[in-house]
Write a protein that binds this ligand. Structure first.
Ligand code: ZN
Length: 151
């Protein structure tokens, strides 16, 4: 490997490992209206994200992929957090997550248990792992804009 591992508080480490071992919303999404995928070649992480949009809201999200625990747990938690949100709300959440990881901002209440990834901010090479799913989400949401809104 050779990539430094962030040290997490026990609570956060357990949460991340739990999502890695038992990913939520993993697999293909029936009736998906948007697909996007991305990779983090530095670590070998891959994430495919599918969303089903209804009336400008993300009714359901699912992901598939492979890679390190941080990338896969982040994508798993992403699918839980964006379900039920509008496109704008999901974009705002992705922005807040990036602000915490890249900008070093303290996590706001909207991030909820995503604050588990705050410790990753000190490891720029792992920030790419945690951000991968969220970058793919931004690509997916950009497609929604190009399609003119709702599906
Ligand atoms: Zn990784």
């Amino acid at each position: 490997m050779g990539i430094p591992e962030p040290q997490f508080d026990d609570l956060y480490r357990d949460l991340i490992l739990d999502h890695y071992r038992r990913p939520r919303n993993r697999g293909r999404l029936a009736g998906a209206t948007v697909h996007a995928e991305g990779a983090n070649p530095v670590c070998g992480d891959e994430v495919l994200l599918e969303l089903r949009l209804e009336d400008g809201r993300i009714a359901q999200a699912a992901f598939d992929g492979q890679g390190c625990s941080i990338s896969q747990a982040s994508a798993s938690m992403l699918t839980e957090h964006v379900a039920g949100r509008t496109v704008d709300e999901a974009r705002a959440l992705a922005h807040a997550f990036e602000e915490m990881l890249v900008g070093g901002a303290p996590p706001g209440p909207e991030l909820g248990d995503l604050e588990a990834f705050q410790g990753v901010a000190r490891f720029p090479i792992r920030v790419k792992c945690a951000m991968l799913g969220w970058k793919v989400l931004e690509d997916a949401l950009a497609q929604v804009g190009r399609k003119g809104g709702n599906q």
